[in-house]
Every structure is written in structure tokens, then in C-alpha cells.
Design a protein. Structure first.
Length: 320
């Protein structure tokens, strides 16, 4: 029996419900025993009852041990998600649907964390998690990766293509965009979503699928809040290039590879030249001139934006 089937049952299956109802019916069992067999029946029921409760509760604990949940959001954790995705992608060699995944992250969570009170931040994490669980399809499995980042293992019940996965992502964005009541205020959040299809990867496993969906989500965040991106090999190459640049930005400053390009500023009323704007360009030794759109994210992530600004001011003053 597949992990996905057991996950779906533990989220709300009939066995789970039956175990929860066993303690509720115990008083009725005692009354029926006494009515049918008097004190002897009551004694027998009293002996059997602890075993029935142990079986009921024990089954519940076994489910919890098998499907560890995040204590704050109640969603399954990374290890359960990975196991399900590994099962899904294992069928790829057999020529069947190989699974798909979404990675969902709350935009601007650093600013959200500045909300006063830990309880408010926890509610802002719990509410989208609950809405995510309610919005996914019956056989989809949502999970908590870390903090404001969630993932969904998409069911293979229906063959997914790019349009299908984008449609699911759009539905999740709508569900998660509803305001969250915190004290007397409404907090509005947006989410960036990245998706990955096993069919777009070379014999992937669960980790490959999550890494690809995460890369797509990061690309979505760069496009602006509430964006959706689906993984492609070109995207991986762009990410690889950005990582390589991030290792070079500091050395490039020491080597003097950042140059100013001066753009005239012209008056809209009479066409007079009223100033010059200094634009940064990176003259890379092997790649040639690199535009700011490519290298500025690497400079920013390295904490060197102020230093780059100083270099541009220096060149602008030297040109006067």
C-alpha cells in the first residue's frame, strides 16, 4: 500500500474516525453490558475496556510516528514528502507519469516577522498552512519544508502538464491571498510558487523534484510577489550562472571590473541636457559586459551594494 494512500487516510480517513469514536462509545458499552449480564457483564466490560482503548490510541500513535507532522502548522514534514515523491518518481523508468511538486513561499516574510508578538507570527504561518491543506486536491499531499516555505506532492491520478500545474498553483494563490485576522487588523500575504514536473528532469528522485521546484520558486520571487514559475533546464543554467557570479563579485571590485556608463538626462520641456545618470556595468574577463539585471542580485546577496555605490560615485566624480 502506497505512502500517499496512507497519508490521505490519516488526513481524514474512515479508520482515523473510527479510532476517535471508540472512547466516545465506551459508556454505552458499559450500560449495555450491565443491562444484558448484570454485574458479571460489567466486570467483563471493565476488563476489556483498557485493551480496546489501548488498541485505539496505539493505532493513532502508530500513524503519528509514521507521518510526523510539523508542530505549528500540522502539515507533514520534509521526510514524509520526500518518501512520497521518491515513490512517485520511481515509476519514471517504467514510462508512466513521474510525479510533480510545488514549492510555495510566503513573500516578504522578514517584514511579517516584525509584527509585534510571537503569537501573531505563528498565526500568519498556521493560517496559510490550513488553507493550503483545504485547497489541494484529495490525493495531493501538502507539507511544511521550513518556516514560511511549504510544498505539495501532486497526485498522479490525472496526467499533469504545464497548464495543469499552473492552474493548480493559481488556485492555491487565490486561497492563500485571503486576509488573516490578527488582533484587530487584517494581514494580507502573497505567495510565490515554483513547480516542477518529473518529465522535465533526467531520471529524477524526490530531492531532484523539490530542488527544481525550489529553483522555480526563487525565480518567481525575482519576478515580483505572487508570481508563478515552472522549472526548465534554462532556469537551472541561469541559477548556476548567478551562483558563479556571486563568488566573483568581491574579487571583481578589487580588480576594478565595474565600470560606469553615463546616460544623459534631458529636459522634457526644452530638450536641454540637465545631467547624467551613472549606470554600473561589469566588464567580465571571459563573459564580456554583463548587465545589472544579471549581477546586481549577486552583489546584493553578498552585501556589497553600498560598496558598488561608492565605486560608481568615485567614477562619476573622477569624470567631472
Amino acid at each position: 500500500m502506497s505512502d500517499r494512500f496512507w497519508v490521505a487516510r490519516s488526513l481524514g480517513g474512515k479508520d482515523h474516525l473510527r479510532r476517535a469514536l471508540v472512547p466516545a462509545f465506551m459508556p454505552a458499552v458499559f450500560l449495555a453490558s450491565f443491562w444484558l449480564a448484570g454485574e458479571q457483564g460489567l466486570i467483563v466490560a471493565a476488563i476489556i475496556a483498557p485493551f480496546a482503548l489501548a488498541i485505539s490510541i496505539g493505532g493513532e500513535q502508530t500513524d503519528l510516528r509514521g507521518f510526523m507532522t510539523d508542530p505549528l502548522t500540522g502539515l507533514y514534514q520534509r521526510d514524509r514528502l520526500m518518501r512520497i515523491l521518491n515513490d512517485d518518481t520511481a515509476t519514471w523508468d517504467k514510462g508512466r507519469q513521474g510525479g510533480a511538486a510545488l514549492v510555495v513561499e510566503i513573500d516578504g516574510f522578514r517584514q511579517i516577522q516584525e509584527q509585534p508578538g510571537r503569537e501573531a507570527v505563528e498565526r500568519i504561518l498556521r493560517t496559510p498552512a490550513h488553507r493550503l491543506r483545504a485547497a489541494v486536491r484529495d490525493d495531493d499531499v501538502p507539507a511544511c519544508l521550513e518556516g514560511p516555505t511549504f510544498a505539495v506532492a501532486l497526485s498522479k491520478a490525472e496526467r499533469l502538464d504545464i497548464n495543469g500545474i499552473v492552474g493548480i498553483a493559481n488556485r492555491l494563490q487565490i486561497a492563500l491571498s485571503e486576509p488573516i485576522a490578527v488582533d484587530a487588523a487584517n494581514i494580507y500575504v502573497t505567495v510565490s510558487i515554483g513547480g516542477a514536473l518529473a518529465s522535465r528532469l533526467d531520471h529524477p528522485d524526490g530531492l531532484d523534484l523539490i530542488e527544481a521546484a525550489t529553483a522555480a520558486m526563487m525565480d518567481a520571487q525575482r519576478q515580483g510577489p505572487a508570481a508563478i514559475r515552472i522549472y526548465s533546464e534554462a532556469m537551472r543554467q541561469r541559477i548556476r550562472d548567478r551562483k558563479e557570479l556571486s563568488h566573483e563579485v568581491a574579487e571583481a571590485m578589487e580588480r576594478g571590473e565595474y565600470l560606469p556608463f553615463f546616460q544623459p538626462q534631458v529636459s522634457a520641456t526644452d530638450g536641454r541636457l540637465i545631467g547624467l545618470e551613472t549606470l554600473a556595468r561589469w566588464r567580465h574577463p571571459t563573459r564580456g559586459i554583463i548587465s545589472p539585471g544579471e549581477f546586481l542580485p549577486a552583489v546584493e546577496s553578498s552585501g556589497l551594494m553600498d560598496r558598488l555605490g561608492e565605486i560608481m560615485v568615485y567614477h562619476a566624480l573622477a569624470a567631472l
